[in-house]
Design a protein around this ligand. Structure first.
Ligand SMILES: [Zn+2]
Length: 132
C-alpha cells in the first residue's frame, strides 16, 4: 500500500521573494529611523520638557502658549508612536517572511496598497473593518 503524504503540499507557504523583501526592509528601517528622530526632536521642543519652566514666573498667556505647545507635541507624539509601532510590526512581518500577507485573513495584500502604505500589515478589506 502506497501512502501519499500530502501534508507538505497543503501547507504551502506564501512568501514574497527575498529580492522584494530586502528593499522593503531597508525602506522600513529608514522610516523607523526618521520617525524615531522626529519623536526625539518633538520631545526636545516640548515646553514641558524644559527644566527651567518651573522656576520662571511667566505671564499667564505664556503659560497658555506652553499648554498649547505641550498638547500639540503630545498629539504629534501619539501619532508618531502609532506609526513607529506599525513600522516595527511590518519589520517583524518581513523578518518572519509574512510581509505582504494580511495578518488578519492571511490573504495577499494588494501590491498597490503596499506601495502607497508600505508599513501596512492588513489587506484593504481588513483595514477597512478598522482592524488597525
Ligand atoms: Zn485581510
Amino acid at each position: 500500500m502506497v501512502k501519499k503524504n500530502n501534508n507538505k503540499e497543503t501547507k504551502k507557504e506564501f512568501r514574497l521573494p527575498a529580492d522584494v523583501l530586502r528593499p522593503v526592509n531597508n525602506f522600513l528601517q529608514g522610516e523607523l529611523k526618521k520617525l524615531l528622530s522626529k519623536k526625539q526632536q518633538i520631545e526636545k521642543n516640548d515646553p514641558f520638557a524644559n527644566p527651567d519652566r518651573i522656576n520662571d514666573n511667566a505671564a499667564e498667556d505664556t503659560d497658555a502658549a506652553e499648554q498649547f505647545g505641550h498638547a500639540q507635541s503630545e498629539a504629534i507624539k501619539d501619532h508618531l508612536n502609532l506609526r513607529i509601532i506599525q513600522v516595527r510590526k511590518a519589520l517583524a512581518r518581513v523578518k518572519i517572511g509574512k510581509y505582504g500577507i494580511c495578518e488578519n485573513c492571511n490573504e495577499f495584500i494588494d501590491t498597490k496598497r503596499l506601495m502607497t502604505f508600505p508599513e501596512t500589515t492588513l489587506c484593504v478589506k481588513c483595514g477597512k473593518k478598522g482592524n488597525k
